[in-house]
Design a protein around this ligand. Structure first.
Ligand SMILES: [Zn+2]
Length: 115
């Protein structure tokens, strides 16, 4: 793109008059080189965006295939009325601990009772 010296509008390379203001566009070698470099940068960016778009599309496609395979190739769940698994052997629990006052033997004759 060649910038117009009057209004600054970018005109395509080879343009003799500005497309916006109609002024004559003078094209020097530096302008041509800058235009070519800018076009190359734009092409490179366009190529990178294209690659990114391709990679993104491929990722979405692989994800969709994985979901489809998961839904179609996975066996169905078993019916819900299967018998429950048998419980393990029953282990008897020890008797609950008795209160502390009955654990200590009472003094004989009740002589130690304050009254
Ligand atoms: Zn112009």
């Amino acid at each position: 793109m060649i910038p117009c010296q009057v209004c600054g509008n970018d005109n395509p390379l080879g343009t003799r008059f500005c497309r916006k203001c109609g002024a004559k566009v003078t094209t020097g070698l530096a302008d041509v080189n800058a235009s070519v470099a800018k076009t190359r940068r734009q092409d490179r960016g366009r190529m990178i965006r294209g690659w990114g778009s391709n990679v993104l599309s491929l990722g979405v496609f692989i994800l969709a295939c994985a979901v489809l395979i998961r839904w179609t190739a996975t066996p169905a769940l078993p019916p819900a009325d299967l018998p429950l698994p048998s419980p393990g052997p029953v282990i008897p629990l020890p008797d609950p601990v008795k209160p502390a006052e009955s654990a200590t033997p009472a003094p004989p004759g009740g002589a130690g009772q304050p009254n």
